[in-house]
Design a protein around this ligand. Structure first.
Ligand code: F1P
Length: 348
């Protein structure tokens, strides 16, 4: 049955495989103009954004260091705008500003401040080529096909994530990594076909009123983004923590109404599994998203089986959890296309 609520959100979520393909096809021609700029990246690179795109800046920074072995940090745009002395050190940074709309005031102002202090250009990642940020920047990576009618970011986020992965792989001269990314679009429909019903079943189980997303390393920013989806779409109690941090206090909130969702890494999966097991013992249900489910003892599992290295898996953690957030909103009679209190662009 077609839902009357949230059609834009639903269509944007399930169109991601096609949009990733288009984003990848468009990206390769956009990289050459950034090559000189990338070579200037001697000291460090700073990624900024707001809300979803702040969380994307965290993913991008961790991936940058993972692939290039150079320092990278991610911040909310407002932190650079209002507290630059706590961010800008004696290093000469490159700045990457991530903004779906290209119109968010905090990010525009942070770019302006950066340009007043440094000579090098800022690179903008956006979905809107005609936006102020893109028009005022000499360097941009664009995902125009990923634009959305919805306020809440889904395919725009995952497509801009792919652009940051391509940028980092280019900086690292890692062609094999980009080859791995080209495999992502074909994995998408298999994930949806296999796990959409699980996402819906979990989402409609009204027992859950507390959602905890756990992720570490490359996955913390992704876990943060899905925490935000659950909040924005379904107005639920939704939290995010680094895996090993959860025992240090926040697990006090666990009850038999909690669902703990682990975005599992390949490198520390055993330790991450112990956290989920501990939460299960406290009464929570557990869901794990992983490349391979061997050795996992959880209530629910989403297994990618993509044959793609950990560093390139990124976007695969998102669609099923976006659908879970979407269906949880529907189960509560909430329209995800009209999120409470939110607008597509925050202008100050
Ligand atoms: C950032 C943002 C989103 C948020 C909402 C409003 O916009 O704050 O992160 O989820 O959609 O806009 P942008 O700078 O990425 O366009």
């Amino acid at each position: 049955m077609k839902n009357t609520l949230g059609n834009y959100s639903y269509q944007e979520i399930i169109s991601q495989g096609d949009i990733w393909k288009k984003t990848l096809e468009c990206a390769t021609s956009q990289i050459p103009p950034t090559r000189k700029w990338l070579e200037d990246c001697q000291d460090e690179i700073i990624f900024i954004g707001c809300g979803s795109t702040y969380y994307l800046s965290l993913v991008a920074a961790n991936l940058w260091t993972r692939l290039t072995h150079k320092p990278a940090r991610g911040f909310p745009s407002s932190e650079l705008w209002y507290y630059p002395a706590t961010i800008l050190s004696d290093r000469t940074p490159l700045l990457v500003a991530i903004s779906r709309s290209g119109e968010t005031t905090e990010t525009i102002q942070a770019i302006k401040l950066f340009k007043e202090k440094f000579t090098q250009d800022c690179l903008v990642i956006s979905c809107y080529p005609e936006s102020s940020m893109v028009k005022n920047s000499k360097l941009a990576l664009l995902a125009p096909h990923a634009h959305e009618e919805s306020v809440i970011q889904t395919r725009s986020f995952s497509s801009m994530l792919i652009l940051t992965q391509i940028l980092a792989a280019s900086a690292a001269k890692n062609a094999a990594f980009i080859e791995h990314l080209t495999m992502l679009p074909e994995v998408f429909p298999k994930l949806i076909e296999k796990y959409e019903s699980l996402a819906k079943r979990i989402a409609f189980n009204q027992k859950y009123n507390h959602f905890v997303f756990l992720g570490s390393g490359l996955n913390y920013g992704l876990a943060s983004e899905i925490m935000l989806k659950m909040k924005e779409m379904s107005l639920s109690v939704s939290e995010v923590f680094h895996f090993m941090e959860f025992r240090h206090g926040p697990m006090s909130m666990i009850s038999d109404q909690s669902l703990v969702i682990g975005l599992m890494s390949e490198t520390a999966k055993d330790q991450e599994m112990k956290v989920l097991r501990d939460m299960k013992a406290l009464g929570a249900d557990t869901l794990a998203l992983t490349e391979h489910s061997s050795g996992l003892d959880v209530d629910f599992v989403v297994e990618f089986n993509a044959g793609i290295p950990q560093e390139a898996l990124g976007v695969l953690y998102l669609p099923i959890l976006q659908l879970m957030s979407y269906y949880h909103a529907i189960s509560k009679g909430i329209n995800p296309d009209q999120p409470k209190n939110l607008s597509a662009v925050v202008r100050l």
